[in-house]
Ligand binder design. Structure first.
Ligand code: KIV
Length: 285
């Protein structure tokens, strides 16, 4: 069954946790979809995990559309959320609506995600009024890394906690269909979740959110550059991949691969020396 804003809201109502993971390509999205994931986020984290940048700031609309379209082709039932990259919505309400529209039309997303609270409410309102569901992202918002001075826990003191609560209420009022809470104290995230009628999706925000999201390379042990505290490793696929790559190199060099089972027409009786003589005959005509 296709997950929609309505089914995800129903999950919140019934206390059924919403599962979300990032994906950036067709085959990973297909595996997640078959595993029964509720939602897939094409995060601008692809700047780091796929493209090797040090942060998300260099990610373009073209990058996001390219990867969103690949995921959308692979995932039939998951609710597809595409990140709006840095400077695709901050510049103006007009830019925000145009770029959100591109992620829907060209990327085939079901919703867009953008970072910020009260300051981006005009964008959230306009995008929603264009019939595009919006996921708001609060707390540690990676596109503001230079303002924060690093990837840090947010909402730590009273003033910061109040600002976060105010932002959450504001984005809901502006029309956000879901709210992502990243690196927020667990009790504060739980409180915000109770105050909102739309689902919250936590990442480093404790168990009190309506759902959880993780970057898939983090949860599979595939991204050794940086592992945040909240990123539990559910498998060590990185180690399995390295072992498989090494086995391939070794078997290929020893001649063990390719064997008969992985070659074509191994019983072939053709004498290719003789056959090649025909080439000369042809040349002499
Ligand atoms: O870009 C991303 O992957 C995200 C998640 C960390 C929520 O925004």
């Amino acid at each position: 069954m296709k997950n929609t804003i309505a089914t995800l809201k129903e999950q919140k109502k019934n206390g059924v946790k919403i599962s979300m993971l990032t994906a950036y390509d067709y085959s990973t999205a297909k595996l997640m979809d078959e595993a029964g994931i509720n939602s897939i986020l094409i995060g601008d984290s692809l700047g780091m995990t796929i493209l090797g940048y040090e942060d998300t700031l260099s990610v373009t609309m073209e990058d996001m559309i390219h990867h969103t379209a690949a995921v959308a082709r692979g995932a039939k039932n998951a609710f597809i959320v595409a990140d709006m990259p840095f400077m695709s919505y901050q510049t103006s309400v007009y830019d925000a609506v145009v770029n959100a529209g591109r992620l829907m039309k060209e990327g085939r997303a079901n919703a867009v995600k953008l970072e910020g609270g009260e300051s981006v409410c005009p964008q959230i309102k306009a995008i929603t009024e264009a019939s595009i569901p919006v996921v708001a992202h609060l707390g540690m918002t990676p596109q503001s890394v230079n303002m924060f001075g690093g990837f840090k826990l947010q909402g730590k003191d009273e003033a910061a906690a109040l600002k976060l609560i105010k932002d959450a209420l504001a984005v809901e009022k502006a029309g956000a269909s879901m709210v992502t809470l990243e690196c927020v104290p667990a009790k504060l995230a739980e409180y915000i979740t109770k105050r909102l009628s739309v689902p919250t999706i936590g990442i480093g925000a404790g168990a009190g959110c309506d759902g959880q999201v993780l970057v898939y390379q983090d949860m599979l042990g595939m991204f050794p550059d940086f592992t945040p505290k909240f990123a539990k490793k559910f498998a060590d696929v990185g180690a399995d991949m390295k072992a498989a790559f090494a086995a391939y190199i070794s078997e290929m060099q020893s001649g063990a691969f390719p064997d008969k089972a992985h070659s074509f027409r191994t019983e072939d009786t053709t004498d290719y020396e003789k056959l090649a003589e025909k080439l000369q005959e042809i040349d002499n005509i």
